[in-house]
Design a binder for this molecule. Structure first.
Ligand code: HEM
Length: 322
Protein backbone atom coordinates (compact mmCIF):
# COMPACT_ATOMS: atom_id res chain seq x y z
CA UNK A 1 0.00 0.00 0.00
CA UNK A 2 2.81 2.37 0.99
CA UNK A 3 4.64 1.40 -2.16
CA UNK A 4 1.56 2.12 -4.24
CA UNK A 5 1.15 5.48 -2.57
CA UNK A 6 4.78 6.30 -3.42
CA UNK A 7 4.23 5.41 -7.08
CA UNK A 8 1.10 7.57 -7.14
CA UNK A 9 2.91 10.51 -5.55
CA UNK A 10 5.74 10.10 -8.06
CA UNK A 11 3.29 9.98 -10.96
CA UNK A 12 1.51 13.12 -9.79
CA UNK A 13 4.87 14.88 -9.29
CA UNK A 14 5.91 13.88 -12.80
CA UNK A 15 2.65 15.07 -14.34
CA UNK A 16 2.92 18.38 -12.49
CA UNK A 17 6.55 18.78 -13.54
CA UNK A 18 5.68 18.14 -17.18
CA UNK A 19 3.07 20.90 -17.01
CA UNK A 20 5.82 23.27 -15.92
CA UNK A 21 8.17 22.35 -18.76
CA UNK A 22 7.88 24.87 -21.62
CA UNK A 23 6.39 23.30 -24.74
CA UNK A 24 9.57 23.87 -26.76
CA UNK A 25 11.56 21.73 -24.33
CA UNK A 26 9.07 18.90 -24.42
CA UNK A 27 9.26 18.77 -28.23
CA UNK A 28 12.90 17.69 -28.53
CA UNK A 29 13.31 13.93 -28.83
CA UNK A 30 16.24 11.58 -29.58
CA UNK A 31 14.11 9.88 -32.25
CA UNK A 32 13.16 13.12 -34.07
CA UNK A 33 14.94 12.05 -37.31
CA UNK A 34 14.17 8.35 -36.77
CA UNK A 35 12.24 8.14 -40.04
CA UNK A 36 13.58 11.15 -41.97
CA UNK A 37 17.35 10.74 -41.62
CA UNK A 38 18.41 7.34 -40.34
CA UNK A 39 22.09 7.91 -41.18
CA UNK A 40 22.42 11.18 -39.22
CA UNK A 41 24.15 9.76 -36.15
CA UNK A 42 26.62 7.65 -38.16
CA UNK A 43 27.52 10.55 -40.47
CA UNK A 44 28.20 12.86 -37.53
CA UNK A 45 30.16 10.17 -35.74
CA UNK A 46 32.44 9.47 -38.68
CA UNK A 47 32.99 13.20 -39.27
CA UNK A 48 34.00 13.61 -35.64
CA UNK A 49 36.20 10.49 -35.71
CA UNK A 50 38.27 11.90 -38.57
CA UNK A 51 38.39 15.40 -37.05
CA UNK A 52 39.56 14.09 -33.65
CA UNK A 53 42.00 11.69 -35.28
CA UNK A 54 43.74 14.51 -37.13
CA UNK A 55 43.61 16.81 -34.10
CA UNK A 56 42.40 15.55 -30.69
CA UNK A 57 41.77 19.10 -29.47
CA UNK A 58 38.94 19.37 -32.00
CA UNK A 59 36.70 17.35 -29.66
CA UNK A 60 37.09 20.18 -27.16
CA UNK A 61 36.63 22.93 -29.73
CA UNK A 62 33.30 21.51 -30.91
CA UNK A 63 32.06 21.14 -27.32
CA UNK A 64 32.82 24.81 -26.71
CA UNK A 65 31.10 25.76 -29.98
CA UNK A 66 27.93 24.09 -28.70
CA UNK A 67 28.13 25.92 -25.34
CA UNK A 68 28.60 29.27 -27.11
CA UNK A 69 25.67 28.47 -29.39
CA UNK A 70 23.29 27.57 -26.57
CA UNK A 71 24.11 30.55 -24.34
CA UNK A 72 23.34 33.08 -27.07
CA UNK A 73 19.65 33.09 -28.07
CA UNK A 74 19.40 29.34 -27.33
CA UNK A 75 20.74 26.33 -29.26
CA UNK A 76 19.85 27.58 -32.74
CA UNK A 77 23.19 27.45 -34.63
CA UNK A 78 23.27 31.26 -34.49
CA UNK A 79 26.99 31.01 -33.67
CA UNK A 80 27.65 29.44 -37.07
CA UNK A 81 26.39 32.42 -39.11
CA UNK A 82 29.14 34.32 -40.94
CA UNK A 83 29.19 38.10 -40.95
CA UNK A 84 27.69 39.51 -44.16
CA UNK A 85 26.53 42.84 -45.58
CA UNK A 86 23.22 42.39 -43.76
CA UNK A 87 24.33 40.68 -40.57
CA UNK A 88 27.06 41.21 -37.97
CA UNK A 89 27.02 37.96 -36.10
CA UNK A 90 28.64 36.23 -33.14
CA UNK A 91 31.92 35.03 -34.62
CA UNK A 92 33.74 38.32 -34.06
CA UNK A 93 32.29 39.04 -30.61
CA UNK A 94 34.88 39.41 -27.82
CA UNK A 95 34.61 35.87 -26.39
CA UNK A 96 34.71 34.26 -29.86
CA UNK A 97 37.12 36.22 -32.08
CA UNK A 98 40.46 34.47 -32.68
CA UNK A 99 39.31 31.80 -30.26
CA UNK A 100 36.24 29.79 -31.25
CA UNK A 101 37.08 27.09 -33.79
CA UNK A 102 35.76 24.01 -35.55
CA UNK A 103 33.43 25.69 -38.07
CA UNK A 104 34.95 23.71 -40.97
CA UNK A 105 34.28 20.43 -39.19
CA UNK A 106 30.57 21.27 -38.89
CA UNK A 107 30.51 22.38 -42.57
CA UNK A 108 31.98 19.05 -43.68
CA UNK A 109 29.48 17.05 -41.63
CA UNK A 110 26.60 19.22 -42.84
CA UNK A 111 27.51 18.59 -46.52
CA UNK A 112 27.39 14.85 -45.97
CA UNK A 113 24.11 15.09 -44.05
CA UNK A 114 22.61 17.24 -46.84
CA UNK A 115 23.69 14.68 -49.43
CA UNK A 116 21.98 11.88 -47.48
CA UNK A 117 18.88 13.76 -46.25
CA UNK A 118 18.43 17.07 -48.13
CA UNK A 119 16.77 19.93 -46.26
CA UNK A 120 16.00 17.82 -43.22
CA UNK A 121 18.51 18.21 -40.37
CA UNK A 122 19.26 21.54 -38.69
CA UNK A 123 22.79 22.83 -38.10
CA UNK A 124 21.79 23.23 -34.44
CA UNK A 125 21.10 19.49 -34.12
CA UNK A 126 24.28 18.55 -35.99
CA UNK A 127 26.26 20.66 -33.53
CA UNK A 128 24.54 19.06 -30.52
CA UNK A 129 25.35 15.53 -31.74
CA UNK A 130 28.91 16.48 -32.78
CA UNK A 131 29.59 17.94 -29.30
CA UNK A 132 28.40 14.71 -27.68
CA UNK A 133 30.66 12.67 -29.98
CA UNK A 134 33.67 14.92 -29.32
CA UNK A 135 33.29 14.30 -25.58
CA UNK A 136 32.84 10.58 -26.06
CA UNK A 137 35.77 10.18 -28.48
CA UNK A 138 38.08 11.76 -25.91
CA UNK A 139 37.03 9.18 -23.32
CA UNK A 140 33.93 10.84 -21.87
CA UNK A 141 30.39 9.51 -21.53
CA UNK A 142 27.86 9.12 -24.31
CA UNK A 143 24.11 9.75 -24.24
CA UNK A 144 21.03 10.04 -26.46
CA UNK A 145 20.82 13.65 -27.67
CA UNK A 146 17.29 15.12 -27.80
CA UNK A 147 16.75 16.53 -31.33
CA UNK A 148 14.32 18.66 -33.30
CA UNK A 149 15.94 22.10 -33.07
CA UNK A 150 15.67 24.48 -36.02
CA UNK A 151 18.14 27.14 -37.13
CA UNK A 152 18.00 30.87 -36.46
CA UNK A 153 17.64 33.23 -39.41
CA UNK A 154 19.63 35.96 -37.73
CA UNK A 155 21.69 36.99 -34.72
CA UNK A 156 23.76 39.88 -33.37
CA UNK A 157 27.30 40.35 -32.14
CA UNK A 158 25.90 42.19 -29.14
CA UNK A 159 23.97 39.10 -27.99
CA UNK A 160 27.22 37.12 -27.81
CA UNK A 161 29.02 39.87 -25.91
CA UNK A 162 26.15 40.12 -23.43
CA UNK A 163 25.51 36.41 -22.77
CA UNK A 164 28.85 34.62 -22.62
CA UNK A 165 30.57 34.57 -19.22
CA UNK A 166 34.05 36.09 -18.99
CA UNK A 167 37.06 34.21 -17.55
CA UNK A 168 37.51 37.09 -15.11
CA UNK A 169 34.05 36.42 -13.58
CA UNK A 170 33.61 35.91 -9.85
CA UNK A 171 31.60 32.95 -8.56
CA UNK A 172 28.43 35.01 -7.98
CA UNK A 173 28.48 36.22 -11.58
CA UNK A 174 29.00 32.69 -12.90
CA UNK A 175 26.10 31.38 -10.83
CA UNK A 176 23.76 34.13 -12.00
CA UNK A 177 24.87 33.82 -15.63
CA UNK A 178 23.96 30.11 -15.58
CA UNK A 179 20.78 30.73 -13.57
CA UNK A 180 19.62 33.15 -16.27
CA UNK A 181 19.70 30.14 -18.66
CA UNK A 182 17.81 27.84 -16.29
CA UNK A 183 20.98 26.08 -15.09
CA UNK A 184 21.72 25.69 -11.38
CA UNK A 185 25.01 25.67 -9.45
CA UNK A 186 25.46 21.95 -9.93
CA UNK A 187 25.04 22.38 -13.70
CA UNK A 188 27.60 25.21 -13.59
CA UNK A 189 30.20 23.02 -11.90
CA UNK A 190 29.46 19.91 -13.98
CA UNK A 191 29.55 21.84 -17.27
CA UNK A 192 32.71 23.68 -16.27
CA UNK A 193 34.20 20.19 -16.14
CA UNK A 194 34.22 20.60 -19.94
CA UNK A 195 37.54 22.30 -19.20
CA UNK A 196 39.01 18.84 -18.66
CA UNK A 197 39.77 19.03 -22.39
CA UNK A 198 41.15 21.73 -24.68
CA UNK A 199 43.29 24.79 -24.34
CA UNK A 200 43.18 28.50 -23.57
CA UNK A 201 45.15 31.42 -24.96
CA UNK A 202 47.51 33.50 -22.88
CA UNK A 203 45.12 36.45 -23.34
CA UNK A 204 42.57 34.46 -21.31
CA UNK A 205 44.86 33.44 -18.43
CA UNK A 206 47.45 36.27 -18.27
CA UNK A 207 45.79 38.12 -15.45
CA UNK A 208 45.32 34.86 -13.51
CA UNK A 209 48.99 33.85 -13.60
CA UNK A 210 50.34 37.36 -12.91
CA UNK A 211 47.76 38.80 -10.50
CA UNK A 212 45.83 36.10 -8.64
CA UNK A 213 46.93 35.00 -5.17
CA UNK A 214 44.90 31.76 -4.99
CA UNK A 215 47.28 30.03 -7.40
CA UNK A 216 50.04 27.47 -6.78
CA UNK A 217 53.30 29.46 -7.11
CA UNK A 218 55.18 26.90 -9.22
CA UNK A 219 52.24 26.55 -11.61
CA UNK A 220 51.91 30.33 -12.04
CA UNK A 221 55.64 30.49 -12.73
CA UNK A 222 55.48 27.78 -15.42
CA UNK A 223 52.51 29.36 -17.16
CA UNK A 224 54.17 32.81 -17.15
CA UNK A 225 56.91 31.29 -19.29
CA UNK A 226 54.44 30.79 -22.16
CA UNK A 227 52.56 34.05 -21.48
CA UNK A 228 54.49 37.33 -21.56
CA UNK A 229 53.28 39.89 -19.00
CA UNK A 230 52.54 42.57 -21.59
CA UNK A 231 49.91 41.85 -24.22
CA UNK A 232 49.49 41.67 -27.12
CA UNK A 233 52.82 39.80 -26.93
CA UNK A 234 52.08 36.09 -26.84
CA UNK A 235 48.31 36.64 -26.68
CA UNK A 236 47.70 33.54 -28.80
CA UNK A 237 50.11 31.21 -26.94
CA UNK A 238 48.25 28.13 -25.70
CA UNK A 239 48.21 26.22 -22.43
CA UNK A 240 46.09 23.16 -21.57
CA UNK A 241 42.99 23.84 -19.46
CA UNK A 242 43.65 20.57 -17.59
CA UNK A 243 47.37 20.50 -16.78
CA UNK A 244 47.42 16.69 -16.56
CA UNK A 245 45.34 15.40 -19.45
CA UNK A 246 43.89 17.94 -21.86
CA UNK A 247 42.91 15.37 -24.48
CA UNK A 248 41.30 12.97 -22.01
CA UNK A 249 37.78 13.65 -20.76
CA UNK A 250 38.11 12.73 -17.08
CA UNK A 251 37.66 14.39 -13.68
CA UNK A 252 41.27 15.65 -13.47
CA UNK A 253 40.03 19.24 -13.88
CA UNK A 254 38.48 19.12 -10.41
CA UNK A 255 41.68 17.85 -8.84
CA UNK A 256 43.51 20.75 -10.49
CA UNK A 257 41.13 23.10 -8.72
CA UNK A 258 41.77 21.42 -5.37
CA UNK A 259 45.51 21.89 -5.96
CA UNK A 260 44.96 25.61 -6.81
CA UNK A 261 46.08 25.22 -10.38
CA UNK A 262 42.97 26.02 -12.30
CA UNK A 263 44.12 27.85 -15.45
CA UNK A 264 41.38 30.47 -15.66
CA UNK A 265 40.38 32.82 -12.88
CA UNK A 266 36.78 31.61 -13.39
CA UNK A 267 37.91 27.98 -12.97
CA UNK A 268 39.51 28.61 -9.60
CA UNK A 269 36.43 30.58 -8.49
CA UNK A 270 34.63 27.21 -8.29
CA UNK A 271 36.99 26.14 -5.50
CA UNK A 272 37.95 29.16 -3.47
CA UNK A 273 36.12 28.82 -0.17
CA UNK A 274 32.77 29.61 -1.81
CA UNK A 275 29.34 28.03 -2.27
CA UNK A 276 30.24 25.26 -4.75
CA UNK A 277 33.47 23.91 -3.19
CA UNK A 278 31.69 20.77 -2.00
CA UNK A 279 30.50 19.95 -5.55
CA UNK A 280 34.09 20.26 -6.83
CA UNK A 281 35.22 17.93 -4.06
CA UNK A 282 32.58 15.37 -4.93
CA UNK A 283 33.52 15.33 -8.63
CA UNK A 284 37.24 15.16 -7.80
CA UNK A 285 36.52 12.06 -5.71
CA UNK A 286 33.93 10.44 -7.92
CA UNK A 287 34.45 10.45 -11.69
CA UNK A 288 31.17 8.56 -12.19
CA UNK A 289 29.16 11.24 -10.37
CA UNK A 290 30.81 13.89 -12.56
CA UNK A 291 30.07 11.98 -15.78
CA UNK A 292 26.41 11.45 -14.82
CA UNK A 293 25.85 15.08 -13.82
CA UNK A 294 27.71 16.30 -16.92
CA UNK A 295 25.36 14.34 -19.18
CA UNK A 296 22.27 15.68 -17.40
CA UNK A 297 23.59 19.23 -17.57
CA UNK A 298 24.46 18.89 -21.29
CA UNK A 299 20.88 17.80 -21.99
CA UNK A 300 19.58 20.75 -19.95
CA UNK A 301 21.92 23.15 -21.76
CA UNK A 302 20.81 21.66 -25.09
CA UNK A 303 17.24 22.54 -24.15
CA UNK A 304 17.86 26.28 -23.85
CA UNK A 305 15.12 27.95 -25.93
CA UNK A 306 15.30 25.83 -29.08
CA UNK A 307 13.41 26.96 -32.18
CA UNK A 308 10.89 24.25 -33.01
CA UNK A 309 7.82 23.62 -35.14
CA UNK A 310 7.35 26.39 -37.69
CA UNK A 311 9.96 28.67 -36.10
CA UNK A 312 13.35 29.17 -37.71
CA UNK A 313 14.45 27.08 -40.69
CA UNK A 314 16.62 24.16 -41.77
CA UNK A 315 19.61 26.02 -43.15
CA UNK A 316 21.16 24.60 -46.33
CA UNK A 317 24.55 26.08 -45.46
CA UNK A 318 25.36 26.50 -41.76
CA UNK A 319 27.15 29.80 -42.47
CA UNK A 320 24.18 31.71 -43.91
CA UNK A 321 20.40 31.95 -43.70
CA UNK A 322 18.56 30.36 -46.65
C1 HEM B 1 31.64 28.79 -16.61
C2 HEM B 1 31.89 29.73 -17.48
C3 HEM B 1 32.93 29.55 -18.55
C4 HEM B 1 33.91 30.43 -18.86
C5 HEM B 1 34.17 31.78 -18.18
C6 HEM B 1 34.69 29.86 -19.92
C7 HEM B 1 35.77 30.47 -20.53
C8 HEM B 1 36.61 29.86 -21.43
C9 HEM B 1 37.79 30.45 -21.98
C10 HEM B 1 38.28 31.86 -21.69
C11 HEM B 1 38.38 29.54 -22.78
C12 HEM B 1 39.67 29.71 -23.57
C13 HEM B 1 39.40 30.51 -24.84
C14 HEM B 1 40.67 31.02 -25.48
O1 HEM B 1 41.56 31.44 -24.76
O2 HEM B 1 40.74 31.00 -26.73
C15 HEM B 1 37.56 28.35 -22.76
C16 HEM B 1 37.83 27.20 -23.44
C17 HEM B 1 37.01 26.10 -23.46
N1 HEM B 1 35.76 26.00 -22.86
FE1 HEM B 1 34.98 27.28 -21.52
N2 HEM B 1 34.17 28.64 -20.25
C18 HEM B 1 33.08 28.41 -19.44
C19 HEM B 1 32.22 27.31 -19.50
C20 HEM B 1 32.35 26.29 -20.40
C21 HEM B 1 31.35 25.28 -20.62
C22 HEM B 1 29.98 25.24 -19.95
C23 HEM B 1 31.85 24.41 -21.56
C24 HEM B 1 31.23 23.20 -22.16
C25 HEM B 1 30.43 22.39 -21.52
C26 HEM B 1 33.17 24.90 -21.91
C27 HEM B 1 34.03 24.27 -22.77
C28 HEM B 1 35.26 24.76 -23.13
C29 HEM B 1 36.23 23.99 -23.88
C30 HEM B 1 36.07 22.56 -24.31
C31 HEM B 1 37.32 24.85 -24.11
C32 HEM B 1 38.57 24.53 -24.93
C33 HEM B 1 38.29 24.80 -26.39
C34 HEM B 1 39.43 24.52 -27.34
O3 HEM B 1 40.46 23.98 -26.96
O4 HEM B 1 39.27 24.88 -28.53
N3 HEM B 1 33.42 26.05 -21.21
N4 HEM B 1 36.48 28.56 -21.93
Amino acid sequence: MAAMRRVLVAAVALATASLLVPAAVAQLSPSFYGASCTSLESIVRSGMVSAVQSEPRMGASILRLFFHDCFVNGCDASVLLDDSSTLTGEKNAGPNANSLRGYEVIDAIKSRVEAACPGTVSCADILAVAARDGVNLLGGPTWAVPLGRRDARTTTQQAANANLPSPSSAIGTLISSFASKGLDSQDLVALSGGHTIGAARCASFRSRVYNDSNILAGFAQRRRQVCPAQGPNGDGNLAPLDAFSSVKFDNGYFRNLQGRFGLLHSDQELFNGGPVDSIVQRYARDGGAFAGDFVNAMIKMGNISPLTGANGEIRANCRKPN
